[in-house]
Design a protein around this ligand. Sequence first.
Ligand SMILES: Cc1cc2nc3c(=O)[nH]c(=O)nc-3n(C[C@H](O)[C@H](O)[C@H](O)COP(=O)(O)OP(=O)(O)OC[C@H]3O[C@@H](n4cnc5c(N)ncnc54)[C@H](O)[C@@H]3O)c2cc1C
Length: 365
Amino acid sequence: MRPSNDPLIVIGAGQSGLAAARAALTAGLRPIVLHAGAEPVGSWPDYYDSLTLFSPARYSSLPGLPFGGDPDRYPHRDEVVAYLRRCARVLDAEIRNRTRVVAVHGRADGGYLVRTDTGDEIPAAGVIAATGSFGRPHLPSLPGQADYAGDLRHVAHYRRPQAYAGRRVVVVGAGNSAVQVAYELAMHARTTLATREPVRFLPQRIRGRDLHHWLHVTGADRLPRSAVTRLIRHAAVLDTGRYRDALASGALPRQEMFTAFTPDGVRWRDGTTEKVDAVIFATGYRPDLDYLSPLGVDRNAPRQVGGVSTTHAGLAYLGLEFQRSFASNTLRGVGRDAAHVMNAVVAQLRGESSRPAARPPDAGR
Ligand SMILES: Cc1cc2nc3c(=O)[nH]c(=O)nc-3n(C[C@H](O)[C@H](O)[C@H](O)COP(=O)(O)OP(=O)(O)OC[C@H]3O[C@@H](n4cnc5c(N)ncnc54)[C@H](O)[C@@H]3O)c2cc1C
């Protein structure tokens, strides 16, 4: 790739985009951040009202700007929003809010042309796709789902339990969001957690210290997917004990996942049917990379090693699940990844490395 005076385009201004912009500035590049939202705070304002971070403040910041306040507290969602606002303010980068990238095209000279919904066409030397791994809520498809007349939604569109007071609700999933949301709903509504397998837990605290302390000091936070899946075979819910107790005591009932929807409810595995007012799927997310389709990028599994595209020089990703480690799509991990991908992109843009990184057999997810 030839050196170029065109800017580096960063797509998305959540923690991934802000970390990318900071790493680009440190590397002497000129980033322009294009962001679909009204302000550069990522998806955090859209998460449910009661959300507090699963990591203490001391392990929840981007490079160069500590979270502030009591380092051992678990900050609320709104504190994260305020923190990211501060990160954006101290960043000397151009951030264009309300500007959604609709397509990224390759150019014959190896650069890119970035098209936005505001009608701009911006030539770019390189592109960082920093829209993360939570852009597309994933809904399974069950028999009868289309004809279910109740309130069916993904947890991405759930806000607070009071809206469900007195109703019959089923929350689907065995991850952190599913259990947290079902737990708070159970105090307001007749709630069941529906899972395929029993819920597994990870202790929030071990020997008086938060789990993130141990992830940090043992280096487990930096391990790649293959090493982590050898250690932890199943997804698990971080818990101080209250979720385990609620499930064990029946305060939060769990049932094996239902097999089908009926027009007004669900059919349980034993064949019985039940009227259910609302079903909330906490069944995960996929990255939203449709804007890279002109480059032929697979929106579910872009080909990359450690976030650096193996198909296009000057293209990299940030915030993907397990991009480099367990912490890649968290506040505490994305800064490390940003420095890593920026080194590779800078080398490509300066013509020091013209080829995308080779792709080992299990990479790219
Ligand atoms: C419910 C929930 C709880 C979580 N809790 C924690 C936690 O406790 N601790 C932790 O560290 N992590 C947590 N995470 C994970 C992760 O830190 C957050 O999801 C975080 O928001 C990811 O940041 P991001 O910048 O990668 O993506 P996002 O925050 O999703 O930001 C990406 C931004 O890109 C914009 N965008 C999308 N497409 C385009 C486009 N085409 N053009 C321009 N802009 C675009 C979007 O508007 C969005 O604001 C949680 C995730 C979820 C879903």
